[in-house]
Design a protein around this ligand. Sequence first.
Ligand SMILES: NC(=O)c1ccc[n+]([C@@H]2O[C@H](COP(=O)([O-])OP(=O)(O)OC[C@H]3O[C@@H](n4cnc5c(N)ncnc54)[C@H](O)[C@@H]3O)[C@@H](O)[C@H]2O)c1
Length: 362
Amino acid sequence: MVDAFVHDVPAARVVFANGAIATVGEELARLGCSRVMLVSGGPEAQYAEVIASALGDRVVARFTDVVMHVPAEIAARAVDVAISAGADGLIALGGGSSTGMAKAVAKETGLPILAVPTTYAGSEMTSIWGLTEGNRKTTGRDVRVLPRTVVYDPELSVSLPVQISAASGMNAIAHLVEGLYAPGVSPISFLQAEEGVRALASSLPRVVADPTDLVARGDALYGAWLAGWTLGTTGMGVHHKICHTLGGTYDLPHAPSHSAVIAYATAFNAEHAPAAMAGIVRALNAGGIPCTDAAQGVWDLARAIDAPTSLAEIGFRAEDVDEAAGIVASARPTNPRPVDVEGVRGLLAAALSGERPGAGTV
Ligand SMILES: NC(=O)c1ccc[n+]([C@@H]2O[C@H](COP(=O)([O-])OP(=O)(O)OC[C@H]3O[C@@H](n4cnc5c(N)ncnc54)[C@H](O)[C@@H]3O)[C@@H](O)[C@H]2O)c1
């Protein structure tokens, strides 16, 4: 029997090809934009130059002060720059931090975004924005921040360092795992999430073995696209609430936090989401990660690519477990297994240790 569902997919045009960066000019024209602000972070500068020289005077402003988790005062400055330059569109080039900065501008101005993602974060496929004030990160959904066009060019991800690629890939796995048991899951999103896990499980070890392998890079970016789409259409669970708290309150890095927690969140939910667990096991095996338990398979994938599997390893402290568990539980995240302080404390303690989860629950 098919469970009841709502399938609500916001429209974005997706162009996926090696060398697709060359299409940015014509894609902008399709959007009717002729005066854009180009948003990009530091290491992506080489690609920003390619776009800027192809577009010439259609780039009326550049914004390079890109900081993870989008500090509100920097976002306000980006809004000012876009308005003063009379921009009629935004290009977000880079990882989730660049996309996040462009989204903060779109939220205030309504300007359309063309995104050129270079990590596996997936923000380019969602209408979710985030802003941080002090140690409080706020997120919300607004269709105005959903990029209208996404240009995926695997060649741009070749320069992404191996360690960042591995953690970012596990960030994408986390979107897919939670998408499989999220309240908004539909038959289509289930299929796409399972396919995303397979694509990433099969490609990430090849990316790590040879970061210049364009076939592997393409397969990983394809998985990341499916992951972003899943994140944007299904809603998430306790894992994303934990990582939101780790980033916003404890300033832990985004992708490594996801990597360190997702196997334990999978174990936490195992008994309450059997269909999702079966899908994860199927996809990991199809992708070349042999397993019979979803949480163990996710952990094995992270280890195979040397991505973080322990919160201690990325700077989280045992003395913060109780407070973090309280913050997460009081947010009452929607999740297959009911979320209480005791449960989150156990999940965080397991993630802190980094030991391979046992089959079953934490
Ligand atoms: N709103 C959403 O739907 C959503 C989804 C996922 C992530 N996010 C947000 O995105 C941020 C994290 O994104 P991220 O993990 O992509 O990190 P990031 O954008 O900060 O990138 C990580 C690092 O990789 C570098 N980099 C990116 N592309 C590169 C390339 N091609 N070559 C060399 N270096 C490159 C960046 O400059 C940065 O130093 C967080 O703030 C998170 O909250 C939002």
